[in-house]
Design a protein around this ligand. Structure first.
Ligand code: 5GP
Length: 110
């Protein structure tokens, strides 16, 4: 059984893919929390940070974030977030990073 995000990668669930390579894919979040909000997802179905293997597609998330930021000229800044577990609000059990931009972000985060 594929995860929701793998089904998006396969085109079974519609989403606007903004970037992909052999390790990761990225698409716009259905409920954006910023003017620019995409999810960067490793092709391997790792549930989250807590079960991360030492090697794998997740190692390419940061490079993808930099490439997406360049592609969309996110020159004034952006935030990369990974939610792990209940307290962090993780809702999809397939590791993903949120890349958000287009507004100022508070610190500390809520
Ligand atoms: P989490 O809460 O696990 O860190 O993030 C999951 C994200 O997936 C949420 O921001 C949510 O809006 C997004 N999401 C959930 N279902 C879908 C979907 O079917 N399509 C898209 N594009 N995003 C989704």
């Amino acid at each position: 059984m594929s995860t929701l995000f793998t089904r998006i990668a396969k085109g079974e669930i519609p989403a606007e893919i903004v970037y992909e390579d052999s390790h990761v894919f990225a698409f716009r979040d259905v409920a954006p929390q910023a003017p620019f909000h995409v999810l960067i997802v490793p092709r391997e179905e790792t549930a989250g940070l807590a079960s991360l293997p030492d090697e794998g597609d997740h190692l390419y998330i940061l490079n993808a974030a930099r490439r997406i930021a360049e592609k969309f000229s996110l020159d004034s800044g952006y935030r990369l977030v990974i939610n792990q577990g209940k307290d962090a609000g993780q809702t999809v059990q397939h590791l993903h990073a949120h890349l958000m931009a287009g507004r100022p972000f508070a610190w500390p985060p809520g």
